[in-house]
Design a protein around this ligand. Structure first.
Ligand SMILES: *Cc1c(COP(=O)(O)O)cnc(C)c1O
Length: 357
C-alpha cells in the first residue's frame, strides 16, 4: 500500500517547544499524524500522513461505548552519535497484533506500519528533542469506528500514530518511589484482558491510582485477582525483586502486560550472568524477604521511566523500607545500560536500536 504524504503548509505549522522539560506528558503534539482506515471486505486502505487534527466520529462509534481498542507506547531518541533512533519498535507492533487478536481488531502489517512510522518521524524530525534524557513519545492506536450500538465487533476501524515530545522522566534525579499494595481492587483476572494493551484496563485502574496518589504514593502494586496473594505489576510497569542476588519477576500468566522493558531487563541480566527467575511470587514472600533482609531491591520497568526504583512499600497498613530506601545497584545498572543503549552511549550488542533515517 502506498502512503500518501500531505505535508502541513509552512504557515500552519507549530514550532517544537524549546524547553521540553516543562511539558506535561502527552499534551503537545507534533504537526503530523499517520492514519489509515479498515473496512470489511476492503482491509486497510487510505494510508496517509497528514496534519495532526481532531477525528470526526459518530457519537455511536463502538469505541465510545464498548472500548474496542488497542494501543502502544514507544519512543524515538536523538543519540550522542547524532542519530535518530527507535528502541525495539518491532516488539511494539508485534504486541499490538497480539492485543488486536484478543480485542477482535484487524491485524496490521508490522513491517508496513514500522515504515509508516519512520516516514511520519521524518516529517516531524525537528520534534525529536535533543536535550539529555528527552525523547519523542509515539502512540500507535487502533479504534473501532462503526456507528452502531449493537454489541458486536466493529466492521470499520481507524489506525493512527501520534507523536509528543517528552522531557526527562527524572528531572530531580533517579530517586525511589513509594508504592501501595492494592488490597481491595485488582487489575486483571485470569481469562480477561490483562495482557492486552487496551483502554479498559487503564480506565479500571484510575480509581485506585487516584486514591493512592491522595495518600502520597506514586504507584499501586497489583496482586492477582484470585487469591490476592501473588504480585503482578506496579502501576503500568512490570516489577522486579532482587532476593539473594537473584532477579525475580512474576511470570507472564495472562494477567500481566508483557513489557518490552521487562524482556530487555531479563535479556541483559542473562547476558551479565546474573541469576534470573520468572515465577509467581507472593506478597507474603516479599514482606518476609524484606524483613529478613534477603530482599535488597524492588524496581519497576517500563518504557516511560525505563527503570523506577521502589524505596518503600505499604501493605496491610504497615510501611516497609526497601534496602536502605535509596536507589539500589541493580536498578541503577539496568537503568544506565538501557538508557545508554537508547542514547548511543553503550554498544548495542543486541541490535535493539533501529535508525529512523
Ligand atoms: C505498557 C505497560 C507496561 C510496560 O511495557 P513496556 O513495553 O516495557 O513499555 C507494563 N504494564 C502495563 C500495564 C503496561 O500498560
Amino acid at each position: 500500500m502506498e502512503i500518501k504524504i500531505l505535508p502541513v503548509p509552512p504557515e500552519e505549522r507549530k514550532t517544537p517547544p524549546n524547553d521540553v522539560s516543562n511539558i506535561v506528558f502527552g499534551t503537545q503534539f507534533t504537526n503530523h499524524m499517520f492514519r489509515m482506515e479498515w473496512d470489511r471486505g476492503v482491509g486497510w486502505h487510505d494510508a496517509r500522513i497528514e496534519k495532526y487534527q481532531p477525528l470526526i466520529l459518530e457519537p455511536s462509534a463502538i469505541i465510545f461505548h464498548y472500548g474496542q481498542e488497542a494501543f502502544e507506547g514507544l519512543k524515538a531518541y536523538w543519540t550522542t552519535n547524532s542519530q535518530y533512533v527507535l528502541f525495539r519498535p518491532d516488539q511494539n507492533f508485534a504486541r499490538m497484533n497480539r492485543t488486536s487478536e484478543r480485542m477482535c481488531l484487524p491485524p496490521i502489517d508490522e513491517e508496513f506500519v514500522l515504515d509508516a512510522l519512520k516516514q511520519l518521524l521524518r516529517e516531524d524530525i525537528a520534534w525529536i528533542p535533543k536535550e539529555e534524557g528527552t525523547s519523542l513519545y509515539i502512540r500507535p492506536t487502533i479504534i473501532a469506528t462503526e456507528p452502531a450500538l449493537g454489541l458486536k465487533p466493529s466492521s470499520s476501524f481507524l489506525f493512527f500514530i501520534i507523536l509528543c515530545p517528552v522531557g526527562p522522566y527524572y528531572p530531580e534525579g533517579f530517586n525511589p518511589v513509594k508504592i501501595l499494595v492494592s488490597e481491595k481492587f485488582t487489575r486483571a483476572a485470569p481469562g480477561g484482558v490483562g495482557e492486552a494493551k487496551t483502554s479498559g484496563n487503564y480506565a479500571a485502574s484510575n480509581l485506585v491510582e487516584k486514591e493512592s496518589k491522595e495518600q502520597g504514593f506514586t504507584q499501586v502494586l497489583w496482586l492477582d485477582a484470585v487469591e490476592r496473594r501473588y504480585v503482578e505489576e506496579v502501576g503500568s510497569m512490570n516489577i522486579f525483586f532482587v532476593i539473594n542476588d537473584e532477579i525475580i519477576t512474576p511470570e507472564l500468566v495472562g494477567t500481566i502486560l508483557p513489557g518490552i522493558t521487562r524482556k530487555s531487563v531479563l535479556q541483559l541480566a542473562k547476558r551479565w550472568g546474573l541469576k534470573t527467575n520468572e515465577r509467581r511470587i507472593s506478597i507474603d514472600e516479599v514482606i518476609q524477604a524484606i524483613e529478613d533482609k534477603t530482599l535488597t531491591e524492588i524496581f519497576g520497568a517500563g518504557t516511560a521511566a525505563v527503570v523506577s526504583p521502589v524505596g518503600e512499600l505499604r501493605y496491610q497498613g504497615k510501611s516497609h523500607q526497601i534496602g536502605d530506601g535509596k536507589t539500589g545497584p541493580s536498578a541503577r545498572r539496568f537503568f544506565d545500560e538501557l538508557m545508554g543503549i537508547q542514547y548511543g552511549l553503550v554498544q548495542d550488542s543486541f541490535q535493539w536500536i533501529e535508525p529512523i533515517e
